[in-house]
Design a protein around this ligand. Structure first.
Ligand code: NAP
Length: 293
């Protein structure tokens, strides 16, 4: 165990990040010395200098966010199986001066679904619709596909969705071990043509996030799928147009704050080897969010 931890977040822009609050709560509750710093790095060419601080032991852990989750791959020595499968990294640590890239967004998403009680029993063939096909969608799709969910990925750029489907189905396990996965256009016609009942609809686009608060990924004149729960990865604002509409339609809805805490908890555990105080981390963010409403 280090005497003092220095963790940080690498990305750009970072001024609204909640990660310092989540991690400093964990450090404080555990009575650890340390801090979680923001490293706003815009230019890819500045990444090696910061990564060297991790290699040298000056930093004990880094999170990575937009725009570097994929760009950082070429500077790392090893990728975990999950990071390789997703093709993106949100957590880096040093192991014997080698930089290891991991992705805790996938595990964080599943941990939050479990916390919400939204993971059905093994015998239930679950079906999810993912809106968007960017970095977060890749992590969520990977996590659900690994658990044999049937997936539909809807993206405004169909090729991006098709590439995500290809990267999931090109894995080294037999196809019949998995659920099915298909790509469709993110538009009213394609969404209204969906045939199977859905268990979960996930927004993995920035629509609804500040400054796009008035926007929703779901067409205003299309009814939401009955019986589905809605998970919006957006957490700022606390209630998006999409989650509000889902609740008004009598559906269960959650924002992405739980996933944010759970992915942070998994990173913290990787860096320290200690299980962090998840309940206190969730409470710290809940208190912060009450102030935002
Ligand atoms: P990203 O890599 O930029 O991907 C965004 C996706 O949304 C892309 O498919 C993009 O399509 C699509 N998109 C963007 N604007 C759109 C629009 N106007 N209409 C339709 N589709 C649109 O971003 P990301 O990292 O995946 O993040 C997506 C969202 O998830 C963000 O709001 C982020 O804050 C949130 N997130 C939350 C957590 C959490 O822990 N809760 C973790 C990660 C991300 P194009 O490529 O065509 O632009």
């Amino acid at each position: 165990m280090a005497e003092r931890y220095t963790f940080g977040l690498l990305g750009y822009p970072l001024q609204h990040s909640l990660s310092p609050l989540i991690h400093s709560t964990a450090l404080q509750v555990l009575g650890f010395q340390g801090e979680y710093r923001l490293f706003p790095v815009e230019d890819k060419q500045d990444l090696p200098a910061l990564l060297n601080k991790l290699r040298s032991g000056e930093l004990q852990g880094l999170n990575v966010t937009i725009p570097h989750k994929r760009q950082v791959l070429e500077f790392l020595d090893v990728l975990t199986h999950t990071a390789q499968g997703i093709g993106a990294v949100n957590t880096i640590y040093s192991q014997g001066h080698r930089l290891v890239g991991e992705n805790t967004d996938a595990g964080g998403f599943i941990a939050d679904l479990k916390r919400l009680g939204w993971i059905p029993g093994e015998s239930h063939p679950s079906r999810a619709l993912i809106l968007g096909a960017g970095g977060a969608a890749r992590a969520v799709a990977y996590a659900l596909y690994q658990r044999d969910w049937h997936l539909v990925i809807a993206s405004r750029n169909l090729t991006q969705g098709q590439n995500l489907v290809a990267s999931l189905t090109n894995r080294d396990r037999r196809k019949d071990e998995y659920g099915t996965v298909a790509a469709i256009q993110l538009d009213r016609v394609s969404l209204s043509n969906l045939k199977h009942p859905l268990d979960l609809v996930i927004n993995a686009t920035p629509l609804g996030m500040s400054p796009l608060e008035a926007a929703s990924p779901w067409p205003a004149d299309l009814p939401l799928p009955t019986g589905a729960a809605v998970y919006d990865l957006v957490y700022n604002p606390v209630d998006t147009v999409f989650t509000k509409r889902a609740r008004d339609a009598g559906l269960q809805a959650a924002n992405g704050i739980g996933m944010l805490v759970e992915q942070a908890a998994l990173s913290f555990e990787i860096w320290t080897g200690i299980r962090p105080p998840r309940a206190e981390m969730h409470s710290a963010l809940a208190i912060y969010q009450r102030g935002m409403r």
